[in-house]
Design a protein around this ligand. Structure first.
Ligand code: ADP
Ligand code: MG
Length: 253
């Protein structure tokens, strides 16, 4: 996509779980090369919004477009194939397998949910191709010295970066990250921040849900703030910091 062009459009997206409206007529865009933060108090609907964009959950109403085409009718596997990669809020690694194997497996998944079943369907040629692809992405994120280290023995910050390498294997244009900085030490947050800036410089767009305000303020171009399923504010990090509705949402929550 052309830098600066709109790649993600969320139009009046709504998600109901029985009587509970988790996402209520959400409206926002994301442009190519932008890092946008989706923030808000606990229970605001951020993860649900993510799940709508990635096709993990169907919308109750409204539409979501990616590069001009509707994706709200597609399953998560097809959405990944269109160019939206994601990492999960909780790390999904197989601890005794190496970094390389974990990333290669993630590549093959492309939206599958059962890694073991997916792995069993691999043939040798396919396996070699995946290992090559995985190694490239591991280098891209700077984890090459840990290529053959069991994923479970990496520090949490490195595991988060491994998750990103995994998501990169599906060749996304847009990366969705759910709380990538949660639980990380300051140095790890800085490493993550540097990686996201590098990806942005390579043309990647990022939508991230994050609680850590210092991290969010330092890395995002723009913020979208949710409360009770709705957007209550949108703007530059410096604008949002002083927005009264946002302050009230956090303090009153
Ligand atoms: P956030 O990520 O901002 O903390 P969530 O999107 O996880 O918020 O949740 C928004 C609201 O939707 C919460 O009230 C939550 O309890 C509810 N919710 C989320 N997922 C489900 C589900 N699968 N079934 C029923 N309610 C859900
Ligand atoms: Mg959440």
């Amino acid at each position: 996509p052309t830098p600066g062009s709109i790649i993600l459009e969320v139009n009046e997206a709504r998600k109901q779980f029985g009587g509970l409206v988790a996402v209520k007529d959400m409206q926002f865009d994301l442009r190519a090369g932008e890092i946008v933060g989706l923030i808000g108090p606990n229970g605001a609907g951020k993860s649900t919004m993510f799940n709508l964009v990635t096709g993990v959950l169907p919308v109750t109403s409204g539409e979501i477009r990616f590069c001009g085409q509707r994706i709200d009718t597609l399953d998560s596997r097809r959405i990944v194939q269109r160019g939206i990669g994601r990492s999960f809020q909780h790390v999904h690694l197989i601890p005794h397998l190496s970094v390389l194997e974990n990333v290669a497996m993630g590549t093959h998944l492309r939206g599958h949910t059962d890694p073991v079943r997916a792995a069993l369907r691999l043939d040798r040629v396919e396996e070699a191709r995946l290992l090559y692809l995985a190694a490239e992405q591991i280098k891209r994120v700077g984890l090459e010295e840990f290529m053959h280290t069991p994923a479970g023995s990496l520090a949490l910050g490195q595991q988060r970066i491994l998750e990103i390498a995994r998501a990169l294997c599906t060749d996304p244009v847009l990366l969705l990250l759910d709380e990538p900085a949660a639980g990380l030490r300051l140095k790890e947050k800085q490493a993550l921040s540097t990686l996201l800036q590098q990806l942005k410089a390579e043309g990647m767009s990022v939508l991230l849900v994050e609680h850590d305000m210092d991290f969010v303020m330092g890395i995002t171009d723009r913020l979208v703030v949710m409360e009770f399923g709705s957007k209550i504010a949108e703007g530059l990090p410096t604008e949002i910091q002083n927005n009264e509705a946002v302050l009230a949402a956090y303090l009153g929550g």
